[in-house]
Ligand binder design. Sequence first.
Ligand code: DCP
Ligand code: MG
Length: 366
Amino acid sequence: RTNPSAKPESALSPYACQRRTTMDNHNKIFTDALEVLAENLELGGNQGPSLAFRRAASVLKSLPAALRHLQETQHLPCLGEHSRAIIEEIFEYGSSSRVEEILNDERYRTMKLFSSVFGVGPKTSESWFCRGLRSFEQVLSEPSVRLNRMQTAGFLFYEDISKPVSRTEASALKIIVEEAVISVNPSATVSITGGFRRGKEFGHDVDFIIKTPEAGQEDVILTAVIERFKSQNILLYSDFQESTFDLRQLPTHCFEAMDHYSKCFLIIKLKREQETDARAGRDWRAVRVDLVAPPLERFAYALLGWTGSTLFERDLRRFARLERGKLLDNHTLYDKATNTFLPANTEEDIFAHLGLEYIEPWQRNA
Ligand code: DCP
Ligand code: MG
């Protein structure tokens, strides 16, 4: 029975940045299903419609307990007719026929397989699928397929980098990155960001953010770190992107756009602790590592932007724009009413500028 004095569930905000979402998801059976629907739309290039399912899943992730009846979704934000129908079906039959259909769909399965390769996005996956290709073997033996450098590395190290990276491996990598960074600049510091900062146990890569106290160090430090990895013979792939950052730039409206900071996408050799891969005859595995080096004065914005989750970031920006008349991105926060950039030393400063309660990194798994 429901307790009438209990806080109504309608108290939940439709903005992920006003909810606390830890790694404890009590509604995985529903959120997994909704995320398959979202992913299927995204693979078909329908980003807009997929958001409704992403938002519905995110609201369920923030609930303190498992749903027991469909009626409990009545007062939840972001749960549309479509999402509720899926939930209803799962309550009734234990699974959703639409989701099962997608999971068995040749197009979905192939697109998902192709886009699991580093450097292969929905567009490339689609073009391969449309050419009748269905497996890696077929892609790699198709004369009309031209792989770029990133995709070539993606296939070369596929087995390793498609395996999740553990928290232990992430910590080992932090030591390697830290050692390299400090050897270049003893006053620089390294922090783990992305999913591991949110408390995830596994990730598809490890994201690091580098803080340099001196201005203009951002590009220098990353190229020096890459050189060091090379000389240590642990660099398998590197794509360095020079800073295109401009202090006067207004925040971008496009969420998907990459930020302007100096950054690099790497594949690094990580020494295995115990077991050596006898078949492979090597004592290391390949791991995807991202490094970003923002200017000191924008560190808080970069950290907030790179911590995620993606939906949390999306809703922070949407909330800033629609509820506060401010523009937020990975570089800055701009107040449209006063035409000013709002400075921030910490993430707490940014939440305060937005009139939001501070949400800890491990509560941002929206
Ligand atoms: N990010 C972003 N905009 C982008 C790309 C990423 O805001 N265009 C942010 C949100 C992500 C974070 O950067 O949470 C790190 O990106 P990842 O793809 O590494 O995602 P996660 O670290 O969250 O997950 P995973 O465990 O898959 O690495
Ligand atoms: Mg990551």
